[in-house]
Write a protein that binds this ligand. Structure first.
Ligand SMILES: [Zn+2]
Ligand SMILES: [Zn+2]
Length: 336
């Protein structure tokens, strides 16, 4: 069966074409993609600031849709059910996969990153990549389950305790989801540092006590006065990573989450003497059921984050919108 697909051919403009779907195997599920989130990672791939991507293929790792076919061995998922898609794949049988960390498997991969992804009208994935949604979660919100999952995985790794203080550096969708998660988890003082007023307003609405615009305010003077038990770096620029180090309290933890495009210099002696823990975090496949539960309970309201919507036929324009990314644009969604 053929399906329509937006394929990245190495340029900044994807192309609408059609692709032959692979055969539906015993434990596979065919999903009609109904909502796609455009992510900064997609843009980094298209402008060649990450090294792992080799065109041509369909990008897209944030999506939700409707089950249209299931393999003969699939019993947990029924045709007609609505679902969110986990893009991460592993071999399924090594120690790492069995421990629930398939993204760290020696044979790991990710739809839309190093194999054809969710910018397709239909996709075939393993049933292990499908999370059935309750009626209360819409497709657009569910497309953001992937983004929330990476944030929740980071929160687990940083082992935040209720009553601690935290700062998030970065006001992108992940920075904002981190803010909401920190609030839910009982941070006593929560600061978000960013550059875009509309996003900083949303950070406050999500529960931040303070939002600092680092264009208007000299953050280094703030850093000298305040320190935080937990610092979440969600930008990935050398200067923001160095800033994270300045903000962290003695014996505090820094969550390294933003993706730097090149090597970054840090003051290792300072990290040693102040006993700072730096934690890297990428994916976290085991948190998916909790992400669905957080969305279903209303603890995280994705709607204010979604600022722009495009129909599937205009995915190229959605990319354009995300790339030009003015202050009014937070999350761009493509619906089908
Ligand atoms: Zn993403
Ligand atoms: Zn494995």
């Amino acid at each position: 069966m053929e399906t329509r697909a937006w394929v990245w051919n190495g340029s900044l403009v994807p192309e609408l074409t059609s692709l032959e779907l692979p055969e539906l195997r015993e434990y596979d599920v065919m999903v009609k993609v109904r909502s796609i989130g455009i992510c900064a990672t997609d843009l980094h791939i298209m402008n060649r600031s990450v090294s792992f991507a080799e065109p041509p293929y369909a990008l897209g790792h944030e999506a939700a849709g409707e089950v249209v076919r299931v393999g003969a061995g699939v019993t947990r998922i029924q045709v007609g059910e609505r679902c969110a898609l986990d893009p991460s794949v592993g071999c399924g049988s090594c120690d790492v996969c069995l421990a629930g960390d398939k993204h760290q498997c020696a044979h790991s991969g990710e739809y839309g990153l190093n194999r054809s992804g969710f910018w397709q009208e239909h996709v075939i994935v393993s049933e292990k990549n499908v999370y059935v949604l309750p009626e209360s979660i819409g497709f657009d919100e569910a497309s953001q389950a992937e983004t929330i999952h990476v944030c929740l995985g980071g929160m687990d790794k940083v082992r935040l305790r209720a009553g601690e203080t935290a700062i998030i550096i970065g006001d992108g969708p992940t920075g904002l989801f981190f803010a909401r998660l920190c609030k839910i988890m009982g941070v006593s003082r929560l600061t978000v540092a960013g550059t875009r007023p509309r996003r900083l307003e949303l950070a406050l609405a999500y529960g931040a006590d303070e939002a600092i615009n680092i264009i208007e305010q000299d953050l280094l003077s703030v850093a000298v006065q305040q320190s935080y038990d937990v610092v979440i770096e969600a930008v990935g620029k050398p200067e923001t990573i160095q800033l994270a180090q300045r903000f962290v309290a003695n014996r505090g933890r820094v969550l390294l989450f933003g993706l730097p495009a090149r090597k970054v210099e840090v003051d290792v002696l300072d990290l040693i003497l102040r006993e700072v823990t730096c934690i890297g975090s990428a994916n976290a496949p085991q948190v998916w059921p909790r992400v669905i539960a957080l969305l279903a309970s209303g603890s995280i309201d994705v709607k204010p984050m979604i600022t722009n919507r495009y129909p599937y036929e205009q995915l190229d324009q959605a990319i354009n919108c995300a790339m030009s990314g003015g202050d009014e644009t937070i999350k761009v969604i493509v619906d089908n």
